[in-house]
Design a protein around this ligand. Structure first.
Ligand code: IPE
Ligand code: IPE
Ligand code: MG
Length: 224
């Protein structure tokens, strides 16, 4: 049975779900947040140590203003209402991506990170304004500046995922088979599951079915 330390998820399909069920993309984002809560709980049950959630990409700024504003207001509310509870559950929240939001939101994010820094039950990496190409470019620049030898280990020190193992498992919901600029380096050897269901329809059962399948895959890492 494969150990499972790190799960990464591309939570896709909120907009389509919202349009189909409530005639509003934003309603889909709201519903998607409920799935986030379910998956956090289920991750703890499965003793997963790291959960990386793709919430907003560097490319998502192309979307209409009203959708972007709604997404960040959801995030703002979530942090205000839930951070205390997450902290009590020994969950650490870490933001990966470039924190260049409003001063108010940046402050809130930094304070949530600080508050939960020492928690060791589950680390949630929330990918916000995250793009893998941007991350890698900056890592290459920093590595060059450091004058250290250019090798994998040293490059890794400058990634937002430094100190944590690469994802064992990547799940993308929403019936699309692409990576959309997510963790291109870190996913080099991850097991990938593309799910037809839209994110708000994805549930504990689906998650556990994937985990069960993952546990039984023969992972070679180039070996036989
Ligand atoms: C993913 O759902 C959430 C974000 C990108 C914020 P989408 O909003 O991309 O949903 P679809 O793919 O348009 O249905
Ligand atoms: C990927 O979903 C980003 C997140 C889930 C945050 P998108 O819906 O933005 O991906 P593309 O643009 O369809 O590839
Ligand atoms: Mg999408």
């Amino acid at each position: 049975m494969n150990p499972l330390k790190h799960v990464a998820i591309i939570m896709d399909g909120n907009g389509r779900w919202g349009l189909k069920n409530k005639n509003s993309r934003n309603a889909g984002h709201k519903a998607g947040l409920k799935t986030v809560e379910k998956i956090i709980k289920e991750s703890i049950k499965n003793k997963i140590r790291y959960l990386t959630l793709y919430a907003f990409s560097t490319e998502n700024w192309k979307r209409p203003k009203n959708e972007i504003n709604f997404l960040f207001s959801l995030l703002d509310n979530f942090l205000r209402n839930r951070i205390k509870e997450l902290h009590q559950q020994k969950i650490r929240l870490k933001i990966i991506g470039n924190k260049n939001f409003t001063q108010k939101l940046n402050k809130l994010l930094i304070s949530a990170e600080k508050k939960t820094l020492k928690n060791k039950k589950l680390q949630i990496n929330l990918a916000l304004n995250y793009g893998s190409k941007f991350e890698l470019l900056n890592a290459f620049k920093d590595l060059k500046k450091s004058n250290s030898i250019i090798n994998e280990k040293n490059l890794q020190k400058y990634l937002s995922t430094k100190d944590i193992p690469d994802p064992d498992l990547l799940i993308r919901t929403g019936n699309t088979k692409r990576l959309s600029n997510f963790l291109l380096w870190q996913l080099a050897y991850s097991e990938i599951f593309f799910e037809k269901k839209l994110w708000p329809d994805f549930n504990e059962k689906d998650y556990n079915r994937i985990i069960k399948k993952f546990r039984n895959i023969k992972r070679n890492f180039g070996n036989i």
